[in-house]
Design a protein around this ligand. Structure first.
Ligand SMILES: [Mg+2]
Length: 176
């Protein structure tokens, strides 16, 4: 199937965190404190996507207060953390939303994303991803993880669905 047709089917965008929403670096502080850096352009993209009716979810192997905070800030309701096998929450989301593989896009960057990526309709990855992931991807972002790669995928999907302009209008209205 042509990537343009794949994009038209998408209703849910699932995201990995480390190496996708972040550059993959983890800073440790005192006690169990973990620090991560997120990208504001990704954040605005996620808000645009939600306002355009595209569902956003996160499935990550790690977990941290920094991530809890970011997820709450962006209004992301589908959120699975400290996941060993990502297929389990993936199946859970599909059941809960009554959604098919073809309607799901996934952005991952490393081997723990491979199983889920093989299932979904639109396989996306980042410029600095592991080669095995790049090999199966429908779309590789020009941006690296944590540097606006998620924004790039969201623009790709919303533009491909003819929803980009409207999503900006909706977003700006909500800002007034
Ligand atoms: Mg990752």
């Amino acid at each position: 199937m042509d990537i343009k047709d794949k994009i038209k089917n998408i209703r849910l965008l699932l995201l990995d965190v480390d190496g996708v929403l972040t550059n993959g670096e983890i800073a440790y502080g005192f006690d169990d404190l973990e620090l991560k850096t997120f990208n504001v352009k990704d954040g605005l993209g996620i808000k645009l996507a939600i306002s355009a009716g595209l569902k956003i979810g996160i499935i990550t192997g790690r977990g941290s207060e920094a991530l809890d905070k970011r997820v709450a800030e962006l209004g992301i309701e589908i959120f699975y953390q400290k996941v060993r096998n990502k297929i389990i929450p993936f199946e859970d989301v599909k059941r809960n939303l009554s959604i098919e593989n073809e309607q799901i896009a996934y952005v991952g960057d490393d081997l723990n994303d491979l199983k889920v990526m093989k299932q979904v309709g639109l396989k996306c990855t980042v410029a600095d991803a592991a080669e095995d992931i790049k090999d199966i991807a429908d779309y590789i972002t020009k941006k690296s993880g944590g540097k606006g790669a998620v924004r790039e995928v969201i623009e790709l999907v919303l533009r491909g669905q003819g929803k980009w302009e409207q999503s900006i209008e909706n977003f700006l209205k909500g800002d007034e």
